[in-house]
Design a protein around this ligand. Structure first.
Ligand SMILES: Cc1cc2nc3c(=O)[nH]c(=O)nc-3n(C[C@H](O)[C@H](O)[C@H](O)COP(=O)(O)OP(=O)(O)OC[C@H]3O[C@@H](n4cnc5c(N)ncnc54)[C@H](O)[C@@H]3O)c2cc1C
Length: 381
């Protein structure tokens, strides 16, 4: 009855389901373990009418016009430029670290000198990863890079990953940039916005198609059986000869044959406070103080008149099986472990792995939408 089965109703699964249903006019079964669609991007309105991103703040930003245009079929947008402050040496200062931050933290003469030196080495309006800045052999820039490294980066990274920065792949560390200029926006991409009515509505619009059947609250193992020996797949005990697009955790799919992959988890604490606004920006990072990494106030992202406000604390947490896997670990050991799983997956015909859990990597939302569109065009169709 179904030509395709998709495990997971996050961006990876929903984009491919939508494409199959609308472009190929084929029947798709989407199986989702959670009680809701949207995966990690799920949002809901709380008792104050404030739109909350359940699994942490999600800000859409991309330079990819194709991805933006594609998603625009399913939502209107509210332009939104994310602003982040960092609590450093008792002050809330602009992040990413930029010329304004330098002036907020250092005396005038020193700030001018540091800005001039940065402009000697780097182009205005560019982003420089902290580890690049550290390589420059100049005493002023060495002072600056040591300061940023220690006060912004080191403790935050240690808290976030429970590891030393050197132990983490540059794919992650390069995400912490210094901005050579005064642009205080956290991202510099061409398109920066949030869905006007939230991510969940966007997903509803994508999955609302006569060819898509959605099974919520269902672990795929309840309905699909994969016989790895004979390379056969079964749906409700009948042999399934269609295509399986899997967006869940790859180690779970292969019954932990090569062990449990390492992740970082999060404890998320949401609080309503009886004040119009709690903080000056949507997100304030706390690199050096407290056990949480950041506080997000959702009213800044989705403005609403309300006497109360809702804030979210994120506490990084050890991952053990059963907890929510938030971020894959970028250690060499973890990558090698993943490679073994990947090789195993290649032996199964008509199995496609897409998304952050199945491919065990950090994808931003635009990356995963791009990847899902490519997999549909080049492999699944
Ligand atoms: C805290 C945090 C903040 C982020 N902020 C941003 C941001 O600001 N901007 C940005 O672009 N990106 C952000 N991201 C990244 C974004 O969340 C991902 O790009 C996106 O969620 C990936 O989609 P996905 O479909 O690959 O995975 P998911 O959204 O995780 O979807 C996978 C789905 O598979 C389901 N599943 C798993 N196992 C099974 C099973 N056994 N049976 C059935 N279903 C199963 C899961 O329940 C889930 O719904 C953030 C990520 C985190 C963790």
């Amino acid at each position: 009855m179904f030509d395709y089965i998709i495990v997971g109703a996050g961006f990876a699964g929903s984009v491919i389901a939508e494409r199959i249903a609308s472009q190929l006019d084929k029947k798709v079964l989407v199986i989702e373990k959670k009680s809701h669609i949207g995966g990690h991007c799920f949002d809901y309105k709380d008792e104050n009418g404030i739109l909350i991103h359940k699994y942490g703040p999600h800000l859409f930003h991309t330079n990819n016009k194709k991805v933006f245009d594609y998603l625009s079929n399913f939502t209107e947008w509210q332009i939104y430029n994310h602003k982040v402050l960092g609590y450093i040496d008792g002050k809330k200062v602009s992040l990413p670290f930029n010329f304004n931050t330098i002036e907020q933290l250092f005396p005038k003469v020193l700030s001018e000198k540091l800005i001039a030196k940065l402009l000697e080495y780097f182009q205005i309006n560019t982003k420089v990863p902290i580890l690049e800045l550290k390589k420059i052999q100049n005493s002023d820039l060495r002072f600056l890079s040591d300061y940023i490294y220690e006060k912004v980066f080191l403790n935050y990274t240690a808290k976030q990953w429970g590891k030393k920065p050197e132990e983490i792949d540059p794919e992650v560390t390069s995400r912490v940039p210094i901005f050579i200029g005064r642009d205080d926006r956290y991202f510099n991409d061409t398109y920066q916005a949030v869905p006007l009515f939230g991510y969940t509505k966007l997903f509803e619009s994508m999955l609302n198609h006569k060819n898509i059947k959605l099974l919520l609250n269902t672990d795929y193992k309840e309905v699909i059986n994969i016989d790895f020996q004979n390379k056969k797949m079964y749906l409700f005990n009948n042999e399934f000869n269609g295509k399986l697009i899997f967006t869940g955790p790859i180690d779970e799919l292969f019954e932990y044959t090569y062990g449990v992959l390492q992740y970082r988890s999060l404890k998320i604490v949401t609080k309503t406070i009886n004040t119009a606004f709690f903080q000056e920006a949507a997100t304030v990072n706390y690199p050096n103080n407290y056990d949480f990494t950041r506080i997000t106030e959702f009213k800044h992202i989705h403005p609403i008149n309300s006497v109360n406000t809702t804030i979210m604390y994120e506490y990084p947490d050890e991952y053990v099986q059963g907890k929510t896997p938030y971020y894959s670990m970028f250690t060499t050991e973890a990558k090698m472990q993943y490679e073994k799983y990947f090789e195993l997956s290649q032996t199964i015909k008509n199995l496609f792995l897409v998304g952050r859990l199945a491919e065990y990597r950090y994808y931003d939302m635009d990356d995963v939408v791009k990847r899902a569109l490519e997999v549909f065009d080049e492999e699944v169709k």
